[in-house]
Design a protein. Structure first.
Length: 171
């Protein structure tokens, strides 16, 4: 992966300055800058995660599906549950699972209770690939190696507040 072009200034801080210049100090410039920073960090982390997973023939989305299946009680989930848990459209979940099936990391097996649906079942090769990516992500400290333990705790706490406030789950 090539090194990204680095700007000689912080574009989000500059956007905040321009926001204030246009709409005034009373505007939601700080909220805009904070939200934009969260989105930018997500882009940076996903790019790094995809590069790490790519060394093992996966995307981060496919890695997440393998982790989800590995963490399930029986190593299998319905296709609809995969989509719900990954928070993706059912078509995207199907695409992810189909690609994992093609790689031999997942098998699709019929649901005996409902002939119209299938289960995604993680294979031994899928577990092996998931473990390899996990080791590499842990070695990279999930892209957050610039934070000390207190920084991790503070960031997690702040982001959890946003998730609770957005009704992401029941606290």
């Amino acid at each position: 992966m090539s090194e990204p072009v680095r700007l000689p200034f912080d574009p989000i801080a500059r956007a905040r300055e321009l926001w204030v210049a246009r709409w005034g100090e009373g505007s939601r410039a700080t909220s805009m800058a904070t939200a934009t920073s969260v989105m930018r960090v997500q882009q940076l982390l996903l790019a790094r995660f995809d590069a790490i997973a790519g060394r093992h023939g996966l995307t981060f989305a496919r890695y997440e599906a393998l982790v989800l299946l590995a963490f399930s009680r029986e190593g299998r989930l319905s296709m609809s549950t995969v989509g719900e848990r990954l928070m993706v459209h059912p078509t995207s979940a199907t695409n992810i699972v189909q690609r994992l099936v093609a790689q031999g990391f997942v098998e699709r097996v019929p649901n005996p209770a409902d002939r119209r649906s299938a289960f995604a079942v993680v294979t031994a090769a899928g577990i092996e690939a998931m473990e390899a990516v996990t080791r590499d992500l842990e070695e990279a400290d999930f892209g957050l190696d610039m934070l000390d333990p207190d920084g991790h705790d503070a960031l997690f706490s702040l982001l959890r507040e946003v998730r609770v406030g957005s009704r992401d789950f029941l606290p």
